[in-house]
Structure formats: structure tokens, C-alpha cells
Write a protein that binds this ligand. Sequence first.
Ligand code: HEC
Ligand code: HEC
Ligand code: HEC
Ligand code: HEC
Ligand code: HEC
Length: 422
Amino acid sequence: MGQKLISDPVPVEKVFPGKVWAKTVAQLPDLQGVGAPRAENCGKCHEEIYKEWKSSTHSEALSDLQFQAELSKTSSPKWICLNCHIPIQNQRENIVVSLNHGDYFQPIEIPNPGFDPIMQKEAITCATCHVRTDGKGASYVIGANGKTNPPHPVKIDAEALRNRCYDCHNETYELNESLVCSFQTGGELKEASKHFSEKTCVNCHLPSVQRSFVIPALKRPKRNSHKHAFIGGGVPKRFELYKDQIPGGYKPGIALVGWEKKDSDIVVKIQNGNAGHYLPSADPERHLKLELVWLDKDRKEIAKDKIRYGQDWEWSPKARKVADNRLKPKEIRDWKTKIFSQEAVSVVLRVYHVRLTDTTSDYVEKYTVGAPKEYEDKIKELKKHYPHSSLVLESEYNWKTKKVSNTALPDLFKLNESRRGE
Ligand code: HEC
Ligand code: HEC
Ligand code: HEC
Ligand code: HEC
Ligand code: HEC
């Protein structure tokens, strides 16, 4: 980029007026009573919250192998990607001051003297949501409670804190014909909120827990605290993190309403029972894969059927959504099928939340070049290192005895630790 002549610098705000992701969060000075506003420092007192956050995808938003693979493509305007994935100026080696000719592929950058490499690795860190500068050389913490007695300055603004999610999870923008950012989770929630008492992302994704906000040594009372594992679709970024999903608050969006038999038809009734938005939401590649397997009396597989709930996009020549059969909040669907043969006695339903397909990861493994050394080898063996999908529901229906047996969620997640690929 240094080669190109800087002749026509255009301010970023002029190219992307009003866009939160077009700017970083302003450089944060040290926080009084804490020091550098790094998660590892917050964690000295907020130990449990720190551990939960550490297991979240937020803390992996930079080290995410798929992110690193995509970031290395020349078609990615890196600084824009980083503005959502590592959004605080302290996390950036360079500061984008303007765009040459207003072209987002030609950012004009200067080195950042306040760059903090430790904070960079923390990705969507505590400070992303909680710390801002007063612009006069001091930082403060944004809280939602008050009547606490912290060693650091606090401003109470529950609204701002809770609405911060929308800045990244509710953005649709077409940068160019093939680069479209499409996250509409916030809008989907607003549209559906009449069905729910849970009106905010926090209600479901930061479940309440009575505990002290800090380590016991600080002797603070128990309060209404919130788990910070930010569990979503139940597909963590590393296999070791499967064990943290259920304790962190994981609940499948999909619920089995029940099985029905009508003559030779079997109907599986399923619902988006728990998600306050479409199922699935967010990244267009996410989908639910539902599978039915017929078993004979010796539990031998004799037939299979499957369907997919998700979005379908065409990426070239122009990015375009061609289909969308996701489940709206509380929507119920019937999947009707036939008793397959005289030999079959039961049928098993399995639902997988797929974040990454084998076809995409084959491509990523083969064609990614130029990712940083520390990620490169793992990207070449993406299936070995990166969970692609999770089995989130399993139920068997025996239509002779009418018996339904559902596999317990902890057993499924034990299994997920050793599954690989889609
Ligand atoms: C030296 C210990 C310590 C460190 C380090 C620390 N905190 Fe705190 N923090 C506290 C204490 C103590 C409270 C008050 C708890 C209480 O009284 O129940 C608190 C309260 C809070 C609250 C709740 C405020 C409210 O009223 O809603 C937030 C949010 C918070 N801290 C965030 C942070 C963040 C983010 C960091 C790191 C940038 C951090 N803290 C670092 C000790 C610490
Ligand atoms: C407006 C904010 C925003 C911008 C800009 C942005 N992302 Fe993201 N990104 C998100 C959010 C929110 C998620 C989480 C959604 C999800 O997991 O489905 C995410 C998730 C991802 C994931 C993980 C996908 C998954 O299904 O878990 C990858 C990979 C990714 N982004 C790559 C990129 C790249 C490459 C760019 C730049 C071209 C970029 N992002 C720009 C907000 C953003
Ligand atoms: C600065 C941008 C940003 C903000 C603010 C933000 N997120 Fe995220 N969030 C992301 C990105 C990026 C990812 C995906 C990281 C990855 O997959 O590598 C993500 C992932 C998630 C996931 C995990 C999805 C999954 O299944 O893997 C959940 C749940 C989530 N965010 C909820 C929230 C909530 C709730 C808030 C507000 C309290 C919030 N986020 C605020 C950017 C943000
Ligand atoms: C993606 C945004 C986000 C990130 C990242 C985040 N928090 Fe929070 N945090 C929140 C929200 C939202 C609340 C308020 C929940 C409410 O009261 O509605 C909260 C509440 C708190 C509280 C008040 C006590 C409680 O549990 O409600 C403390 C303390 C706190 N966070 C500390 C931290 C620390 C320390 C980190 C990093 C290890 C962190 N937070 C990371 C969004 C975030
Ligand atoms: C009524 C509860 C509820 C509310 C409110 C809610 N979510 Fe979710 N969310 C869920 C459940 C349950 C899942 C798991 C869905 C699944 O099984 O894939 C989920 C999954 C996600 C995912 C991963 C994608 C997916 O579909 O699995 C993201 C990202 C996410 N939520 C973000 C948000 C954000 C941002 C908000 C606020 C705008 C929000 N959620 C509000 C319950 C909720």
C-alpha cells in the first residue's frame, strides 16, 4: 500500500458517515486503580467473570482460524474487519487517518504509539463494552448497577452498555458487489419481541447469577451478576471449550415439540423455542442440518433423510440472498415423512448446528496463503483444530411402543468433543 501515491486523502467519516465500524474506539489511557485497561488486569478482581469471558468466542475474535484465513485474502479490507473484531485503538499497530481517494482498499495509516500487543490478543475484551475515555486523559468504567464501591471510576449507563451489542450484531452493509456484511440479529429480536419477556440480548446471553462481582478477598456482597461466556449456537472456537458451553448457559434454539404418527406418516414437530431471533441468526453460512435415520429391530440403519434450515447466498458475480427458510422466534414446523419399510421400527432425529461446511473448510485448508505463521499450520489442518458443527438434539421414536427417548444435552456435548467436520 505504501507504493501508492497519497494524493487525495478523504476522511473516513465522509466515506462511511455514521458507521460505528468505520472508526475504532478512541485510545484508552490507563484506568485509575487498575492500570492498562486489559482484561488480564480486570481479571485480578473480577476473576469469575474473566474466566467466563476467556472461554467465549469474543475473546477468540482475533485468533479465530477462519477469521485469520479470511483476513489474509487480498479482497478483505483488513482495517474494517479489525474494527469489529479488535475495535479499540490500543489494540492496533496503526491508526487509519483517512482513505486515499476515498477508497477503503487504500487506508492511509500512521503508527500508533499507544499500541498494546497484549490487549490486541484479547480481541473483544472487557474494555470493548465497559471502558471509555473522558477525552481529558482519564478512562472510566461503564456499569449498570450503582451503589457499588469500586476502586476505579464508574459511570452508570445501563442502556449504553446493553445496547452495545447492536453496534456489531446488527449491521447490514454492501461494501461492494461481492463483499456484503449481513448481521441482522438485533432487528430480528425487535421484530419478534412481542413473543418474549426477554427483551434484550443480555436476558438470554448474559444469564443472571447471584454472586459477588469480585474475588472473596475484597468482601463484597452478593448481587445480581451476569455470566460472561456469551454462549450462542454451541459451536466453540476450540475443542477444549466444549465443556464450558452448558455451564456457560448454552441452550439449543431448537426444541422438539413432539412426534406424531398418522397412519403411515411420521410427523416431527420442531420449534424455534428459545432463540429471540431467527434460527439460526448471524453469519449466512450457519445452518441447521436435520437428519432422520430409520432403524430395524437390530438397530441397523435402513434409510436416511435430511433437510436444511438456513440462508442460501450466491456470492458471484454479485452477492445475493437467494433463499431463506430459517425459523422465526416461536415458529413451529412439521417435518412429515413416511414409515420407510416393514422392517423399520423406530426413527432417530438428529439436529446439527453447522457453522462451517466441509466444502468451505476444504477450500480454506487448500488455498489460504499469507496468514501469520502462528495460525498457518493450523489453518492447513482446519478440521483437526476448529469445530465446524455440533450435535444439539437427538431423539428416537418407536412407533410400535410409542416410546420417545431423548439424549441428554451433556451427553451430546461430550460426543461433540470428538466429532470433526460438518
Ligand atoms: C483492584 C480490583 C478491581 C479491578 C482491577 C477492577 N475492578 Fe471493577 N470493580 C471492583 C470492585 C470492588 C467493584 C464493586 C463491587 C461491589 O461493590 O459489589 C467493581 C465494580 C465493577 C463494575 C460494576 C459497576 C456498577 O456499579 O455496575 C464493573 C462493570 C467493573 N467493575 C468493570 C471492571 C473492568 C472492565 C475492569 C478492568 C478494566 C475492572 N473492573 C477492574 C474491583 C476491581
Ligand atoms: C459490523 C461488524 C463486523 C465487521 C465489519 C466484520 N465482522 Fe466478522 N463478525 C461480526 C460478528 C457480529 C460476528 C459473529 C456472528 C456469528 O458468529 O455468526 C462475526 C463473525 C465472523 C467470523 C466467524 C464466523 C462464524 O460463523 O463464527 C468470521 C470468520 C468473520 N467474522 C470474518 C470477518 C472478516 C474477514 C471481516 C472483514 C471482511 C469481518 N468479519 C468484518 C462482526 C463483524
Ligand atoms: C465490537 C463488536 C461486538 C460487540 C460490541 C458485541 N459482539 Fe458479540 N461477537 C462479535 C464477534 C466479531 C463475534 C464472533 C467472534 C468469532 O466467531 O470469532 C461475536 C460473537 C458473539 C456470540 C457467539 C456466537 C456463536 O455462536 O459463536 C454471541 C452469543 C454474542 N457475540 C453476543 C453478544 C452480545 C449479547 C453482545 C452485547 C452485550 C455482543 N455480542 C457485543 C462482535 C461483537
Ligand atoms: C460484549 C460486551 C461485554 C464484554 C466483552 C464484557 N462485559 Fe461485562 N457486562 C456487559 C453487560 C451488558 C453487563 C450488564 C448486564 C446488566 O446488568 O444488564 C455487564 C456487567 C458487568 C459487571 C457487573 C456485574 C454483573 O455481572 O452484572 C461486571 C463487574 C463486568 N461486566 C465486568 C466485566 C469484565 C471484567 C469483563 C472482561 C473479562 C467484561 N465485563 C466483559 C457486557 C460486557
Ligand atoms: C429469548 C432469548 C434470546 C434473545 C433475546 C437473544 N438470543 Fe441470541 N441466541 C439465543 C439462543 C437460544 C441461541 C442458540 C441458537 C441455536 O441453537 O443455534 C442464540 C444464538 C445466537 C447467536 C449465534 C447464532 C445462532 O443463531 O446460533 C448470536 C450471534 C446471537 N444469539 C446474538 C444475539 C444478540 C446480539 C441478541 C440481541 C440483539 C440476541 N442474540 C438475543 C437466545 C436469545
